[in-house]
Design a protein around this ligand. Structure first.
Ligand SMILES: Cc1cc2nc3c(=O)[nH]c(=O)nc-3n(C[C@H](O)[C@H](O)[C@H](O)COP(=O)(O)OP(=O)(O)OC[C@H]3O[C@@H](n4cnc5c(N)ncnc54)[C@H](O)[C@@H]3O)c2cc1C
Length: 390
């Protein structure tokens, strides 16, 4: 059934993009309320590399969802204030070993076969594409993905929320946005209760709570209702990741750069900062501060060795943040336990997918129809009856 009163819990990139899309038609019979216990955009989205890509995503349905997401941001950027948050700058990547270089070449061939812009370039072309780089002498080739880029999530989310509000959405933050319970049964309306004692009635409750999704779906009360995502708490969990922001930088890198040492891109509207991550950093929620400081220093040193204009840069921020990682690596989109239960949208790559998922989910909710593009990602795939084991 089509929904007219929709409560969206969580104002990260997914919830903000969805509230924005739900209000696109300015249909006054549709009531959208966006709730967040914090200010919008302060969760995982704030610290994301926010690289827009569908590079190596598999199976094909997931790859296509990524491509759809990239195109949706491009459309939105063109129609709105994209110059403040959209950076379609391409992505340059090279490997540190012969095997890694061979795998990159295979990736380029695979992506090209799927119609995704990908090519191998020699070191001269790589240096031309990224003037801020001091390319290591042993790099003969790099892969180049010209259709990729990144977004600046803070101005993006602020813009989405402000535009959703201007188009009629109600935005509740702080204690009036902190959801403490979701009550109701069957296909009837739900009552959403908030920490300030407030409440609202909704036909559909959409959970966009990222890493906090299991907590929020549990608030819906039904025993066993939850979405399996990687638990960030145990030591060695794969969900936490270290992000380091450094600056000032005289000549910021233009592209997204994936190198064997560090992954980086410019950060901030004036590009005075650079965002750093690396695949070999092993941290979890229990890593002591002195180890985090050591890793942050290591990443800055690695970045300086590639981008000389980071010579005077210092560590401005370092943060262990948590990726919302569904157990099978694929997005989870749909009612979590049958009709009337919270509609969940949780995924890694949520920045890439945000605008595209917002389009698809809004269509499902407003028309009351199931879209084939979302079928591979339904929560019921985790139910025992759908399991291929046993
Ligand atoms: C280091 C790192 C790098 C990444 N790199 C990329 C990348 O390059 N490309 C990409 O596409 N993705 C990337 N991701 C993943 C991407 O950042 C996430 O998938 C995305 O940000 C998730 O957005 P979200 O809106 O679901 O969650 P969040 O941004 O975490 O928002 C969830 C919101 O829910 C709110 N909330 C929680 N509980 C409640 C409650 N009870 N009541 C009300 N509100 C509540 C929170 O306050 C929060 O604002 C990366 C993630 C990390 C950590």
């Amino acid at each position: 059934m089509a929904s007219r009163r929709i409560a969206v819990i969580g104002a990260g990139v997914l919830g903000a993009a969805l509230a924005h899309r739900l209000t696109a038609e300015r249909d006054t019979s549709v009531e959208v309320t966006l709730l967040d216990r914090d200010q919008p955009g302060r969760g995982t989205s704030r610290w994301s590399l926010a690289w827009l890509n569908s590079n190596g995503k598999s199976p094909r349905a997931y790859h296509d969802l990524g491509v759809h997401g990239m195109a949706a941001w491009e459309r939105l950027a063109r129609r709105t204030d994209g110059d403040t948050w959209y950076r379609p700058v391409g992505n340059l990547r090279w490997a540190g070993t012969e095997r890694g270089t061979r795998l990159l070449a295979e990736r380029v061939a695979w992506m090209s076969a799927w119609g995704y812009a990908a090519e191998l370039v020699d070191r001269h072309e790589a240096a031309r594409l990224e003037p801020a780089l001091d390319l290591p002498p042993d790099v003969a080739h790099a892969s180049w993905f010209p259709g990729e880029g990144y977004v600046l999530t803070e101005p993006l989310i602020a813009s989405l929320v402000q535009r959703a509000r201007a188009r009629g959405a109600e935005v509740r933050t702080g204690s009036s946005g902190q959801v403490t319970a979701v009550e109701g049964e069957g296909s009837g309306p739900r009552v959403v209760r908030t920490a300030d004692g407030g409440q609202l009635e909704a036909d559909t409750v959409v959970c966009c709570a990222g890493r906090w999704t299991p907590e929020v779906t549990r608030l819906a009360g039904a025993p066993g209702v939850g979405v399996p995502i990687v638990d960030p708490e145990p030591p060695g969990s794969s969900a936490p990741a270290l992000v380091v922001r450094v600056g000032p930088v005289r000549e910021a890198p233009v592209r997204v750069l994936h190198t064997p040492l560090v992954h980086l891109r410019a950060h901030g509207v004036d590009s005075g900062q650079v965002h750093l991550e690396a695949g070999d950093v092993t941290v979890d929620l229990h890593t002591p501060d002195h180890e985090l400081d050591a890793w942050a220093t290591t990443l800055l040193e690695r970045a300086r060795s590639l981008v000389p204009s980071l010579k005077d840069a210092e560590i401005l921020a370092r943060k262990v943040c948590v990726r919302p990682l569904p157990l099978d690596g694929l997005p989870v989109v749909g009612p979590v336990a049958g009709e009337g239960s919270p509609y969940v949208v949780v995924t890694h790559s949520g920045v890439t997918l945000g605008a595209g998922l917002a389009e698809l989910v809004a269509e499902e909710l407003l028309k009351g129809e199931r879209l084939p593009a979302l079928e591979p990602f339904r929560p019921d795939r985790f139910e025992p009856a759908h399991s291929t084991e046993g």
